[in-house]
Design a protein around this ligand. Structure first.
Ligand code: DC
Length: 218
């Protein structure tokens, strides 16, 4: 069974997907981390955004291993902290916009999920990667709300206004990609989380997941 969750940056999908997968006993797949691992690999090899062919080649060569808690190893090394670095943040949106890189990541995600009950989150899990997912969820929130949530985590040192501008820029890139653009699937359960606590969002998504799991295959 596949639960696919999409939504814009900062809408809480990673936290919700991770909690849901733990409680269902499913594998948690964070597809954004795979784009981040490829970006890190490109940085380590000195290949910049001006060399898309080089990035495509490296994406095919990188040995990316995925642990059930969503953590990632790159060429046998755990890289979770590096995936969140400012250097990776600066290029990952553009790396993820390269169609050939998306094809590579989609096939990695399919391989990870093969034969395993999974909760997969990202931007195109409900539309491109798992169009036949058993449950599709689209989590949303206004840019202001998402910026405020990020600001409260306060791990970047940026002002609220800088965070909001950064989120709006990422929304624009996410929604205008030639392939894998962020869209609300017609058959997705849409949830605006702007006025909800994380616990309330979790309860809504979890109860939907339980219902689908318990009626799965009937
Ligand atoms: O969710 P995140 O911020 O860690 O994702 C990193 C980048 O990858 C972000 O620019 C959006 C992009 N992404 C994507 O294009 N498609 C996905 N399925 C997941 C992430």
């Amino acid at each position: 069974m596949i639960v696919a969750i999409d939504g814009p940056a900062g809408c809480g999908k990673s936290s919700i997907a991770s909690m849901i997968s733990k409680n269902l006993g499913f594998l948690y797949i964070n597809s954004g981390n795979i784009y981040r691992a490829i970006s890190l690999y490109a940085i380590r090899h000195g290949v910049g955004l001006d060399n898309a062919m080089g990035i495509i080649k490296l994406a095919g060569e990188a040995v990316i291993e995925y642990c059930s808690d969503g953590s990632i190893s790159l060429d046998g090394q755990t890289v979770d902290r590096e995936l969140r670095s400012a250097e990776v943040d600066a290029i990952v949106a553009q790396v993820s916009a390269i169609p050939e890189v998306r094809i590579t990541v989609n096939s990695i995600v399919h391989k990870i999920a093969e034969g395993r009950d999974s909760v997969a989150e990202g931007r195109d899990m409900t539309t491109v990667v798992f169009p036949d997912a058993d449950l599709k969820i689209y989590l949303d929130a206004s840019a202001e709300t998402r910026a405020e949530r990020r600001f409260k985590q306060n791990d970047s040192g940026m002002t609220l206004e800088e965070i909001r501008r950064n989120i709006e820029m990422r929304d624009k890139i996410d929604s205008t990609k030639a392939m894998g653009a962020l869209k609300i699937a017609e058959d997705a359960y849409y949830l605006d989380t702007s006025c909800l606590t994380m616990q309330q969002v979790y309860e809504k998504v979890y109860s939907k997941s339980l219902y689908v799991r318990d009626t799965h295959g009937q």
